[in-house]
Design a protein around this ligand. Structure first.
Ligand SMILES: [Zn+2]
Length: 92
């Protein structure tokens, strides 16, 4: 089951954890909890191959505005262009 034994970045120990993952596409965002191998040393997250394929599927669905198998969870916002602090900019 484990696709990785050690962290490929730093050779650190990996631990199976449920992490929050955000995917963006077409101005939309999907958040989900995903099982990942997380490096205890550098924090690198490793996902199984079929999970990475699902991420690609979700990203392409978002770009096509195809929301089947996705459910609405609140609303996403960005700031307007005229936000008073210039260091803060809208994402799109
Ligand atoms: Zn690492």
């Amino acid at each position: 089951m484990k696709p990785f034994e050690k962290c490929p970045v730093c050779s650190g120990e990996l631990e199976t954890r449920r992490v929050e993952k955000l995917l963006r596409g077409g101005g939309n965002t999907v958040s989900m909890k995903v099982i990942a191998e997380v490096c205890l040393y550098c924090g690198e997250r490793l996902y199984a191959e079929d999970v990475v394929k699902s991420f690609e599927t979700i990203r392409s669905k978002l770009k096509k505005q195809d929301f089947s198998h996705l459910k609405t969870l609140g609303q996403s916002f960005t700031v307007e262009k005229d936000w008073p602090n210039e260091a803060i900019q809208p994402t799109t």
